[in-house]
Design a protein around this ligand. Structure first.
Ligand code: MG
Length: 271
């Protein structure tokens, strides 16, 4: 009993001191590292490029076509075709800016298997809730089929999608909500594991990052590209930063770590 009390007191001290979030933010490449030469948003090349620079995660957007095939695409439209009303055999023939065609989710996962980067999978909000639920079930099943359960985080703007991902993903899987209209306490209540909100949500709610961390929720911030904004996210103690310029963020993180080491050495020398 005595030892239990000591352990609990130590855990409270660690959490209170913010040690729980002492690590630097992790880099998530938004739609893969598509700003690299020869790449394109949501292309397999963008995934491979994100992995090649050691990006912690690579984000991708997933839709389901009306014939129930999962595809990786952001807009849900390409060449005047709506993904939700187009047969997969047509949609996946459309070309991306780097010459690749729209990948199926399955082809994307197959490409990811030998890589190390995590997949931050965004379920897009579909017009039809039944189609969206079918997408959730298929995504979760396919991730499991390729043995990638430990390498995925799920994110979504869809309220239904959020609830369904929490329900159908294996216990312990990271599921983060994107829209920014739920408080940290609401996310916790719904059994989400974290928030992935636009930087302005945190600027408008300055205590939300701390409130998330106090609740054991992770904080991802999107989509941050300006160096001064990236630095703000680092200084605020974000767990993940989603950016179109992952190498810029990596450089900032290196400088930030070096500055902190120099400061710590200076303090030690003064003692
Ligand atoms: Mg996305």
């Amino acid at each position: 009993m005595k030892y239990t009390k000591i352990i609990l007191a130590a855990a409270a001290l660690i959490a209170g001191a913010g040690i729980i979030n002492a690590e630097q933010p992790k880099v998530v490449s938004h739609r893969g590292y598509w700003t690299a030469p020869g790449s394109a948003q949501n292309s397999i090349r963008a995934l491979v490029k994100a992995d090649s620079i050691g990006s912690y995660g690579s984000e991708l957007d997933v839709w389901i076509t009306y014939d129930s095939v999962l595809v990786v695409d952001h807009d849900g439209w390409i060449n005047h075709l709506n993904v939700q009303g187009t047969h997969s055999s047509v949609y996946t023939k459309q070309q991306l800016k780097n010459g690749e065609t729209v990948p199926t989710f399955e082809a994307y996962l197959q490409a990811a298997v030998p890589l190390k980067t995590k997949l931050v999978i965004e379920l897009k909000p579909h017009d039809d809730n039944r189609l969206e639920l079918a997408a959730v079930k298929k995504i979760v099943a396919m991730v499991d089929k390729y043995g990638l359960n430990d390498r995925v985080d799920y994110i979504t703007f869809s309220k239904n999608g959020f609830k369904n991902l929490i329900k159908y993903a294996p216990a312990g899987t990271s599921v983060q909500y994107l829209t920014g209209d739920y408080t940290p306490e609401q996310i916790k209540f719904m059994k989400g594991t974290g928030v992935d909100y636009h930087i302005n949500v945190f600027r408008n709610n300055p205590d939300w990052i701390k409130r998330c961390h106090d609740l054991g929720l992770t904080v991802n911030i999107w989509t941050v590209d300006k160096p001064e904004d990236l630095q703000w996210c680092i200084d605020q103690g974000a767990d993940f930063i989603t950016t179109n310029y992952p190498e810029v963020l990596q450089e900032l993180l290196k400088k930030d770590a070096a500055a902190k080491t120099t400061k710590a050495k200076g303090k030690k020398a003064k003692k």
